[in-house]
Write a protein that binds this ligand. Structure first.
Ligand SMILES: [Zn+2]
Length: 242
């Protein structure tokens, strides 16, 4: 296994992790700024109080901004599997992309290869289980859409990073599913780890769709989404049982 080549660009924006220190989560983002230079500048600007441990440029260059042992400021108000304060326990990676605001575009192969290499190294060195590899929108569905529907979660899962089960071949063909059981679908969402707030369920559904049914992320609980939810939940249940 090749090790990632990492360059250093220290950010002053970091703090201490709680004691005993635990690093068992990986949070992937996109930068959502016009270019890499602006994004890295912002993540290193003491007045912003934001940062991440790593930044990956579109050409595959990897920068380390914050030492892994320190707490970086990337997750914000967020929740996964009932746990909040995720900066405390996670490593944050910012993947350069203009994002939905500035012209969202596919992540180039060089960049995905670098992400795969870095993530593989991180999950090998830290006790980060597959069910704790998340996107920012997974843990903050009411505020965030990154890394978004173009991010290749399937590729990472095939490299042993995170969970992305292959969809059943007959999905969307109805199979006699007359109506979506909303309560069961929301229970699946919560069991996977999503924070499902009453009245804002569609935001969690949209976050799920961006990641696991990226062809359409309208937040509607259609039959195909409900089937996919059951499929993904089963994969997460298996992973948690170890
Ligand atoms: Zn983010």
């Amino acid at each position: 296994m090749s090790l990632p080549q990492v360059r250093s660009r220290p950010s002053p924006n970091h703090g201490t992790r709680g004691e005993p220190a635990r690093i068992d989560m990986l949070v992937l983002h996109y930068t959502g700024m016009k270019n890499a230079q602006e994004a890295i500048g912002r993540l290193c600007d003491p007045s912003t109080r934001v940062s991440a441990h790593y930044v990956i440029e579109e050409n595959g260059t990897i920068w380390q901004l914050v030492p892994e042992a320190r707490r970086a400021f990337h997750a914000g108000r967020s929740c996964w599997a009932g746990e909040s304060d995720l900066n405390n326990v996670s490593i944050g990676i910012e993947i350069v992309n203009p994002g939905h605001e500035w012209g969202y575009r596919p992540f180039p192969d060089e960049q995905m290869a670098a992400a795969e290499c870095l993530c593989r190294d991180l999950v090998a060195r830290h006790p980060i289980p597959p069910h704790r590899v998340v996107g920012h929108s997974d843990i903050a569905p009411d505020r965030k859409a990154d890394p978004g529907e173009l991010f290749d979660w399937r590729r990472l899962a095939r490299a042993g990073i995170g969970i992305w089960p292959e969809p059943a071949a007959d999905r969307g063909r109805g199979r006699g599913v007359a109506a979506v059981e909303r309560a069961a679908a929301f229970a699946d969402l919560a069991a996977i780890g999503y924070w499902v707030t009453a009245g804002a369920e569609s935001l969690a559904v949209a976050a799920f769709q961006r990641r696991f049914r990226p062809e359409r992320w309208d937040g509607r609980l259609d039959v195909e989404t409900a089937q996919r939810l059951a499929e993904v939940r089963a994969a997460y249940d298996r992973a948690r049982q170890g």
